[in-house]
Design a binder for this molecule. Structure first.
Ligand SMILES: Nc1ncnc2c1ncn2[C@@H]1O[C@H](COP(=O)(O)OP(=O)(O)OP(=O)(O)O)[C@@H](O)[C@H]1O
Length: 367
């Protein structure tokens, strides 16, 4: 198979030019046709417009949309596949269930549109995956916000889409409901081979769910790349603010006494508090830059458990106005870790590029 064909099958490409009276979007994206891609950015920067354009719901002045080798739209060849003929599921902020139908009938509404030979996920699989099997006889009015949204996702999945679009699906939920809901999205991600484009401005959702990130800024694309590279890039400090940090995909090695879990990240051992999952399970850790201190020598008698040898590869003093600097470190497993320290410490320890230091991680957040 020619390279370009096999590449197009594994990618989603969107070249979009949209003009409104007071806003324009110019996006040229090549995204992996697997995992979760998060569209992130301030309100009004064009995330939803981009998602809607991929769905065929926005008029393109110029552009092209192709998903895993299928051309959905091309202005040059005047090709346009209408939304209802695109193999996609769309989950909005509001679940939009039919109030007069039971959960089961709402779900079947999605499934019935698809010929039996085109269904690649079963009713039982979807209801089990989303934890809604016990709700099938209820009506939407008898469900919590989170349950309704799980049914909405189930309805979208039962159309056996090739692409799932989710526009801030958790924004209508309160914080505890969001916490309950996130594991279902993580499960979906782990267990289904389905690419998801996910719009949010929540840092928490970004850090927990994203494999790939697209950063939007005023109608254009600021950056597009792996979650690890984007989240630990000091260039985006202003966008992430206090939430800037690094994410690591790890594997549970063992649970130890005193409620400690040992994780492996490409040869690096990370200790986390609590028993989080069985041996072999994968876990994403997030380490905020503000939780990473630096030392010139190995602090042998410190209470900090996670101490990593690291090399300083960059120092950004763009935060100097608030008396802080962002230090980019390379760990022994070649991954990057950010550390936010005071300018006082930077100058007193005489930290410079190329210097070997010890990174002391005070807290590891797990998802
Ligand atoms: N149909 C339309 N006609 C004119 N302007 C529009 C239309 N749809 C969206 N816009 C404008 O386009 C801009 C981008 O909107 P969009 O909803 O894509 O932003 P967003 O990044 O998703 O924001 P949020 O995070 O608040 O949902 C906004 O200024 C919006 O007012």
């Amino acid at each position: 198979m020619p390279m370009s064909v096999s590449r197009s099958r594994s990618h989603i490409t969107a070249e979009l030019t949209i003009r409104y009276a007071d806003f324009s979007l110019d996006a040229n994206l090549t995204l992996p046709a697997q995992g979760i891609t998060v569209f992130f950015g301030h309100s009004g920067c064009g995330k939803t417009t981009c998602l809607r354009a991929i769905a065929g719901l926005e008029k393109l002045e110029q552009g092209k949309v192709s998903v895993a080798g299928e051309m959905w739209q091309c202005s040059d060849s005047q090709q346009f596949v209408p939304t209802y003929k695109r193999d996609l599921g769309y989950v909005f902020q509001e679940p939009g269930l039919f109030p007069h139908l039971t959960v089961e009938a709402n779900l079947q509404f999605g499934a019935k549109r698809i010929a039996v030979n085109k269904r690649h996920v079963s009713f039982d699989e979807v209801t089990e995956l989303l934890g809604i099997t016990s709700l099938l006889n209820r009506y939407p009015a008898q469900l919590s916000g989170g349950e309704k949204q799980r049914v909405a996702i189930g309805r979208a999945l039962l159309t056996s889409p090739k692409l799932l679009l989710m526009d801030e699906p958790l924004s209508a939920l309160d914080q505890p409901r969001k916490q309950e809901f996130l594991p279902y999205l993580e499960r979906l991600h782990r267990e289904l081979d389905l690419p998801i484009l996910y719009v949010t401005h929540s840092m928490q959702e970004l850090a927990r769910l994203a494999d790939h990130i697209v950063l939007f800024d005023k109608g254009s694309i600021l950056a597009s790349g792996s979650a690890h590279s984007i989240m630990s890039d000091p260039k985006f400090d202003a966008l992430f603010g206090d939430e800037i940090g690094s994410v690591f995909d790890t594997k549970v090695v063992a649970m130890h006494e005193n409620r400690m879990t040992e994780l492996d990240c490409d040869g690096l051992t990370i200790w986390a508090v609590g028993y989080i999952a069985e041996q072999g399970a994968t876990y994403r850790c997030r380490i905020l830059a503000s939780d990473v201190g630096l030392s010139l020598e190995e602090p042998k008698f410190s209470t900090v458990l996670n101490r990593f040898r690291a090399t300083i590869i960059d120092i950004q003093t763009t935060l100097a106005e608030d008396g802080q600097a962002l230090v980019v470190l390379e760990l022994e497993n070649q991954q990057r870790l950010l550390s936010k320290i005071t300018l006082k410490s930077l100058y007193e320890l005489n930290l410079t590029q190329g210097l070997e230091v010890w990174a002391l991680v005070k807290s590891v957040a797990l998802s």
